[in-house]
Design a protein. Structure first.
Length: 862
């Protein structure tokens, strides 16, 4: 089936032939997988095993009313190049047509909302329809959708059943009328799916809430949520052959509760096909724990915002993997959906037939229209069986999938959740700005007078109480934060600290600052582990030492930075306490401490190499967000292994923003003249010599971190030989001499794939180059580390060296390089590229356009 990527290069079409699947839904099957590949057209792009190809001169090239559409590279380089680096854009309607075999298909539309040449990001409003009369999107704005979710890109996934052999799928993109609107698409993906994966057969009954019966095969479905409950994100490459993404449920679970896991259990797919969901979904879960009394007092709850007026298919995935749950009624619970009872006696062992056997239950629910309330919250709640007849008064859930049914008009895109037309949007924004200006003038005058009165009185008090001087810093910081504007396009910001804690709240959380709760300390004061929300939520509590003047300044910087930033790889600020001279910040608790605690001078077991790579990639993504994901570049200035924290799932998060600086401009490589601050062993040599700071200073520090992770030794060692005193210098010398493998952590000997080590060494060495202009950007670092991880995983899975080389070669093509033009990380040997370019760019081509296409159907063979 076709998989498209709009790119300047023409990419080959990869035909994937999928095995014919039996119609019986319960028969045990092998994992859903590709059988063979066929390539055509010159050049290619590869992303985690999926090959994307261009539509230039192909039979899939779009038909368009009026003039031809164009493609253009994005103004801002996406973190994932494929398929988001370029797009097809048009102010006229255009249509793609694909011949298909009969059966059920996934259709995924990939969008990277950015400005593309003359096409402004905010003007993209359009509808998408398919043959058969299905409306997938109506007056859709990818920019508003991405901003609302705080994401860089948007993927819209649909399921449609095609009944006849040779039936054509037409996908039509229509710009919204007026206001110079346009339509665009970065990638189209069409994948065959097993029969009756989501559509029920006549042999199978579906349980239901409100609507009981079979899923009508004439309906189209839109995937709204696909959640790996209690687990990490499962990327497309780790799905069961259908390239689905399983997101974490952290943002939807009201009470995180307990997260058991059993990664070693050998699952037995005797009840459901083994392509239903990835193994990781059934090996992790959320439960309520062993406290029977507490469990009876609340529900394990997920809150999922949905559109009103549609029917929904809800699939709940279950698997009992805890060894104590073996018999029926060991764990029995109630399931409520949309405040209605779906199951009175849910018993996973009874449904599946035993421990370690995955199963699922389907439910259908209607969300009634609610007038002007176009969105509503759909609750999924689990509660222990209330009559205490079970051994464990507990509940369990492993995964959630939620699909929207098309309505009687074949519509999946109700106009209620769609932004207004481009013209209305522009007009409303303009009017809103006028209203803000008028209201701001009135309110601002009142606030200004109030603030002036406050500071007059406050200044008089300061003369009588010198202890108030430190508190003045606090008030200035909070006032500054609360009036700071944000940029919804580049960053998901908060305008103020989200939660205020009283001093008594903090004392309760830490048992009156019990020394036994201290988990860290620094120049600012102590860090405590505490518990909030009735003792159920662990947090980290940073308490400023009132005598620390430097700490107070860094404390305020951290408030200013973290109150604005939200990213999965940055530590989150939960709230604060301001009481007299007490200045306290409350963060999410990072259960596994800092990265250094797992590398050297520790009793912790050594981390596996793959896990180290994943941690480095996470930290690099966090730094990339600081450098390129906010309106003005933020330079961390203190990147080191103790400032990379690890949560309970080993997700890396950058922390400690006390020394951070915000660049006065968003221009890459602009510098700030400032006094040198940072940590010895991590300092950028150019920053140290010239006192000029920019984001490449963070890149240098991160390069030292990469060597720390590889070698498991500190950045400075004054007890050994002189040539080994500085880790960065020693590692670079070893790399150039072809002896990098001789200085790695002894626990990693023989466990790193040679090609992975080579790529990792290239990335690390390029980061610590003396001249910062030659260092890569963090975006380049992320891609280099991801390639290193792919090479490692490919070797561990027993794939051939040639296949790994194909991966590396494709990354070079994605970056717009060839044999005569080295990538930022040179692939041909141990010399790091001396190119001054720090950002990978893709050349533009005004005359030709491309969409990448991946084929998975016999009908698409050429």
């Amino acid at each position: 089936m076709p998989l498209f990527n709009h790119s300047i290069h023409s990419h080959p079409c990869l035909s994937l032939y999928l095995p014919p699947l039996p119609h019986h839904p319960h028969r045990r099957l092998h994992p859903y997988r590709k059988l063979r590949h066929q390539l055509w057209l010159p050049g290619n792009s590869l992303e985690f095993g999926r090959r994307w190809t261009g539509d230039i001169d192909s039979k899939f090239s779009p038909l368009e009313k009026g003039k031809l559409s164009t493609t253009s590279p994005a103004a801002e380089q996406p973190l994932l190049l494929v398929p988001y680096s370029t797009a097809r854009l048009s102010r006229n309607e255009f249509t793609y047509s694909f011949p298909l075999t009969a059966g059920q298909k996934y259709i995924r539309l990939h969008f990277y909302p950015s400005s593309y040449g003359e096409f402004n990001r905010s003007k993209a409003f359009f509808s998408v329809k398919t043959s058969g009369g299905y409306t997938l999107l109506s007056n859709f704005s990818a920019a508003l959708a991405a901003d609302d979710l705080g994401k860089e890109n948007i993927v819209k996934e649909f399921c449609i059943n095609f009944h006849e052999v040779g039936e054509k799928l037409n996908i039509t993109f229509t710009p919204t009328a007026g206001a110079n609107a346009y339509a665009f698409i970065n990638g189209i993906e069409i994948v065959s799916m097993p029969n009756y994966l989501y559509y029920t057969s006549s042999e199978e009954e579906a349980s239901g809430v409100q609507i009981i019966g079979q899923q009508n095969s004439l309906n189209a479905l839109e995937m709204v949520y696909r959640l790996n409950v209690g687990g990490q994100v499962v990327p497309p490459k780790d799905d069961t052959g259908m390239f689905r993404t399983w997101d974490t449920d952290d943002d939807y679970c009201v009470k995180l509760a307990f997260v058991p896991a059993n990664t070693s259990i050998n699952l037995k797919f005797t009840q459901k096909p083994n392509y239903t969901a990835p193994l990781d979904v059934y090996r992790t879960a959320r439960t309520m724990g062993n406290n029977k009394t507490e469990n009876m007092g609340y529900n394990l709850t997920w809150v999922l915002p949905v559109d009103s007026g549609f029917d929904y298919l809800i699939r709940l995935h279950f698997c009992e993997f805890q060894p104590e749950i073996q018999e029926q009624r060991d764990r029995e619970f109630t399931i409520l959906i949309a405040n209605q009872t779906a199951e009175n006696h849910a018993d996973v062992i009874k449904w599946s037939g035993g421990n370690g056997i995955p199963t699922y239950r389907d439910y259908q629910v209607t969300t009634p229209s609610q007038g002007s309330n176009k969105k509503q919250k759909l609750y999924i709640q689990l509660h222990p069986n209330p009559d205490y007849r079970t051994v464990y008064n507990d509940a369990i859930l492993n995964g959630i999938e939620l699909f929207k049914h098309s309505n009687s008009e074949h519509n999946l895109a109700g106009d209620f959740n769609i932004p207004p037309s481009a013209a209305q949007f522009t007009s409303r924004e303009s009017n809103k700005m006028k209203l803000v200006a008028i209201t701001g003038g009135v309110v601002g005058g009142v606030v200004a007078v109030s603030v002036l009165c406050f500071f007059v009185v406050h200044q008089m008090k300061r003369k009588r109480d010198p202890g108030l001087r430190d508190r003045a810093l606090w008030w200035r910081a909070v006032f500054h934060i609360s009036t700071k504007s944000s940029d919804a396009h580049r960053s998901s910001l908060t305008s103020n600290l989200s939660r205020h804690f009283s001093l008594q709240d903090i004392k309760t959380a830490t048992k009156n600052f019990d020394k036994g709760y201290i988990v860290g300390e620094g120049g600012f004061g102590n860090v405590y582990k505490g518990y909030i929300n009735g003792g159920t939520t662990p947090v980290a509590i940073k308490r400023l030492n009132p005598e620390s003047q430097q700490g107070a300044h860094e404390f305020m910087t951290e408030i200013e930075m973290l109150s604005q930033l939200r990213h999965i790889h940055l530590v989150s600020l939960i709230g604060y306490c301001n009481h007299k001279r007490e200045m306290i910040l409350v963060y999410e608790y990072m259960a596994n401490g800092n990265l250094r605690d797992h590398l050297y001078n520790t009793d912790n077991p050594p981390l596996p190499w793959t896990q180290r790579l994943q941690i480095c990639i996470g930290a690099a993504r966090g730094l990339h967000y600081l450098h390129a994901g906010v309106k003005k570049t933020i330079i961390h200035r203190d990147v080191k292994t103790t400032n990379i924290l690890l949560d309970h799932k080993w997700v890396a998060k950058v922390s400690d923003f006390g020394l951070s600086k915000m660049s006065p401009t968003s221009v890459a490589n602009a510098h700030i003249s400032t006094v040198v601050k940072g940590s010895f062993g991590y300092l950028d040599p150019e920053y140290f010599r010239f006192q000029r700071l920019n984001e490449k200073s963070d890149v240098y520090s991160f390069g030292v971190v990469l060597f720390e992770v590889l070698c498991a030794r500190p950045p400075v060692n004054q007890t050994g030989e002189e040539e080994q005193a500085g880790l960065a210098h020693w590692a670079v010398t070893s790399y150039k001499n072809g002896k990098l493998e001789e200085i790695i952590d002894p626990h990693l000997e023989g466990k790193i794939a040679p090609m992975c080590l080579e790529k990792y060494g290239e990335v690390a060495v390029s980061c610590v180059l003396d001249q910062r202009i030659k260092r890569p950007s963090m975006s380049d670092v992320v891609r280099g580390l991801e390639l290193a991880l792919e090479l490692q995983e490919s070797t561990e899975k027993g794939n051939s060296i040639n296949e790994s080389l194909d991966h590396e070669e494709s990354l070079s093509q994605i970056s717009g390089t060839d044999d005569d033009d080295k990538d930022v990380f040179h692939n041909g040997g141990r010399d790091v590229c001396d190119s001054e370019a720090s950002r990978v760019t893709i050349p533009s081509n005004d005359e030709k356009s491309s969409i990448s296409v991946m084929m998975e159907d016999d009908a698409c063979v050429v």
